[in-house]
Write a protein that binds this ligand. Sequence first.
Ligand code: DQA
Length: 149
Amino acid sequence: MFSILVLHGPNLNLLGLREPGIYGSETLDNINRLLQQEAETLGVKISVLQSNHEGVLVDAIHSASSEQHQGIVINAGAYTHTSVAIRDAISGVNIPTVEVHLSNIYRREEFRHHSFIAPVAIGQISGFGSESYILGLKAIVNYLQKSGS
Ligand code: DQA
């Protein structure tokens, strides 16, 4: 059974309260419940972590392999646009990674248009609200099944 690490970056713990016009009214707990349901449907295991700290996210990416995760789904939040460290961690561990965003980052401020993660991810899903995570989980599982990992 595949095991997928789902990482939520900074401020995503505030979902539901935070700019609902942009991010919707769903809480992170709710999104995690939807992800768990989808994981059961797909027949995979997920481990979920949210952190507001860049180094904690880097450490989680480093441990992904020893914790037997075959894939990563990450919404790095604002670190998407700033973090060479998270990008280097993803390229360093060589675990297939899908980048997700609730909002469409390309329809927003210019500083959100650049992602440090995109070049080291197998793909990016942006703009579908909580559904972005579900699509991201489906995408990584499909990728792993096809690559016969
Ligand atoms: C986000 C988009 C980022 O630009 C922002 O900093 C976030 C959330 C999204 O899911 O739409 O924190 O990653």
